[in-house]
Design a protein around this ligand. Structure first.
Ligand SMILES: Cc1ncc(COP(=O)(O)O)c(C=O)c1O
Length: 401
């Protein structure tokens, strides 16, 4: 009799390593269970409440029986119209809500299914490294492979892209980009986006662009949209999420827009898998996109204040954390005497000995080693508490407990 006692007996699962964060999450939870008051910077999980207007719209929409049914799997036409207005207002880009927009169950689901739609066994796709896991592992879900493109502080992303394409044994089918970036907080410029589109045109590649943090920019110009580049629409699918801009991570609302054939390909795969979002959530998403620009400003400001507090207090404690220009993360090199421990061991020690949780860089792929990601989800008083503990931890050095 065949027994099932190892999920990795399945070839696809074997290629999906367990999230490294499960290790640090366990250590954090054990420390909390021991009574340690852990200051937790480890998750990219917006902590604020969803704005009242959006919650109220959900409350009123939930009573409408029309919204209780299976609905259009591409998303309600009214929500697609809101998405189209968002792109016009935010990026000056016209998208046709009928053919060029798809509503997704959060952008993670959308990116994953779009890559499944566009890639097959034997294909490759260029993806940033280090990066948010679905950018690289969407290819694995599709039976394909991703090829790393270095991104991060001091790295010229375009040069990395060219080098990665030259290293590739055969032409990659597409490329994934994410600016502002998780976890490195790297930002993209209009000029970079133009070069990426020309690069993809020359090699006949598709582009998946992830704008999840495009509203969370503190310094410099606003984050550009790939779709604003002339010619991009021939080959681009661009994703946006309501999770960060409107504090709605648990609602699972995202959307994408771009080339009609790429939209249709992703929609075809999704049509076999889901019926889209609960209609009342879609109604609330319309309120977010159409009426809550002021809330986005407040949310961005909250992250900015936290960023400034983090850089100031950690710096005073002896850990010079580069100030991120965008995103809800700081990407910090491990302090020198601890670097040889590696990011996972450093994070374990920081939880155990200082009661401070951050995410190990290795969790975002081998290219993330040497750094940790610090999420801007903690207000100043507890940032200060964390910094006081870190100061003592750093003074003891890697040998001391
Ligand atoms: C870069 C990036 N893209 C996409 C997502 C997924 O967001 P969503 O909640 O829309 O699935 C995240 C979430 O952390 C992210 O960091």
């Amino acid at each position: 009799m065949k027994t099932f006692n190892d999920p990795e007996a399945f070839a696809r699962v074997k290629r999906l390593p367990p999230y490294v964060f499960t290790v640090t999450d366990r250590l954090r939870d054990e420390a909390i269970a021991r009574g340690v008051d852990v200051v937790d910077f480890s998750m990219g999980n917006p902590d604020g409440a969803t704005p009242d207007r959006i919650v109220e719209r959900l409350r009123s929409a939930v009573g409408d029986p029309k919204l209780h049914r299976y609905l259009n799997p591409r998303g309600l036409p009214e929500l697609r119209a809101s998405v189209s207005r968002w792109w016009k207002r935010r990026h000056g880009v016209e998208v046709d809500p009928e053919r060029e927009v798809l509503v997704t169950i959060g952008s993670k689901e959308g990116i994953g299914h779009a890559l499944i739609a566009m890639l097959s066994e034997g294909d490759t796709v260029l993806a940033p490294a280090p990066t948010y896991p679905i950018h690289a592992f969407g290819a694995v879900l599709a039976g394909a492979e991703s090829l790393p493109v270095a991104v991060g502080p001091g790295v010229d992303f375009f040069e990395s892209l060219v080098a990665a394409a030259e290293r590739a044994e055969k032409r990659p089918k597409g490329l994934v980009v994410n600016f502002p970036a998780n976890p490195t907080a790297a930002v993209g410029t209009q000029e970079l986006f133009e070069k990426i589109v020309r690069f993809a045109e020359a090699r006949d590649m598709f582009i998946v662009s992830d704008l999840a943090y495009c509203d969370i920019v503190f310094d410099g110009p606003k984050a550009p949209s790939m779709l604003a580049v002339p010619g991009a629409r021939d080959r681009t699918l661009e994703f946006m999420s309501l999770s960060k801009s409107y504090n709605m991570p648990g609602w699972r609302v995202g959307f994408c827009a771009g080339n009609p054939a790429l939209v249709a390909a992703a929609a075809r795969v999704k049509s076999y898998l889901d019926y889209g979002l609960f209609g009342a959530v879609q109604a609330a998403a319309m309120t977010a996109l159409d009426e809550c620009d002021d809330e986005v400003v407040k949310i961005r400001e909250k992250y900015r204040v936290r960023r400034d507090a983090l850089v100031r207090h950690f710096g005073a404690a002896g850990w010079q954390v580069p100030a991120p220009a965008a995103s809800m993360f700081a990407w910090a090199p491990i302090p020198e005497p601890f670097r040889q421990l590696g990011s996972l061991e450093f994070c374990k020690r920081l939880i155990d000995e200082a009661g401070v949780a951050v995410a190990p860089g290795i969790g975002f792929g081998p290219a993330g080693e040497g750094s940790v990601r610090i999420a801007l989800i903690v207000d100043e008083p507890r940032v200060q508490l964390a910094a006081e503990r870190i100061e003592k931890f750093l003074k003891k050095g890697p040998g001391g407990r």
